[in-house]
Design a protein around this ligand. Structure first.
Ligand code: E4P
Length: 214
């Protein structure tokens, strides 16, 4: 299982990296807009920090513009993966970029049907958003489970799943138990995973009792 950090913030990426929790990084236009600086410079900085895949999203929505932009972003570093939104032109763009040896990630997947089209287009990664489904009272984990089953039962579809829009530690645990290839996790959830009230109580007790030996 690979864990990516879902942020464009360098400090958060460094912090995750120190714990072995940055096998890769996912960004999107919203995450990059939160940072100061030029779009490509921010991506360059991330690629200097992390040797694994760094996912950078195209800003255009038309086929030709997506391909041109994908080619430009791919020049930033060898570890850049091009994120393409799930739409008709995006599927075409993935096929063209794949033919040029550029790795892609089809993002904003909300149904198993979209996942099938993405895998058939030849995307390297496909990215279902579970939290946003939960937000509208749908079942994000159920979708992940269905997509996982489709890929296992159809080994000719060799895309990897990146579970995105992870909102809680429970999401992380359920996805890990399902054997999902890659989980991209925001720093807040990585931090939440560290804590347990019984750990805090235990540390407090041990610290108090250790005073006797100081
Ligand atoms: C990752 O690639 C996605 O862009 C990200 O997980 C979206 O998460 P959100 O639904 O919390 O914005």
């Amino acid at each position: 299982m690979d864990i990516y950090v879902d942020t464009a913030n360098l400090a958060e990426i460094k912090q995750a990296h120190e714990l072995g929790l940055a096998d890769g990084v996912t960004t999107n236009p919203t995450l990059i807009a939160k940072e100061n600086g030029d779009f490509k410079d921010i991506l360059k900085g991330i690629c200097r920090e992390v040797s694994g895949p760094v996912h950078a999203e195209v800003l255009s929505l038309e086929y030709e513009k997506m391909v041109t932009e994908g080619r430009e972003l791919a020049k930033i570093a060898d570890n850049i993966v091009i994120k393409i939104p799930m739409n008709h032109d995006g599927l075409k763009a993935v096929r063209s970029l794949k033919a040029e040896g550029i790795r892609t990630n089809i993002t904003l997947i909300f149904s198993a049907g979209q996942a099938i089209l993405a895998a058939k287009a030849g995307t390297t990664y496909l990215c279902p958003f579970l939290g946003r489904l939960d937000d509208i009272s749908a079942n994000g984990l159920e979708l992940l489970d269905t997509i996982q089953t489709i890929l296992i039962n159809n080994p000719d579809l060799d895309a990897k799943i990146i579970a995105a829009s992870i909102r809680t530690p429970i999401h992380v645990v359920e996805l890990a138990a399902m054997g999902i290839d890659i989980l991209t996790i925001p720093s807040k959830v990585l931090e939440q995973l560290e804590h347990h009230p019984l750990t805090d109580i235990g540390i407090e007790q041990f610290t108090k009792d250790a005073e006797k030996f100081k």
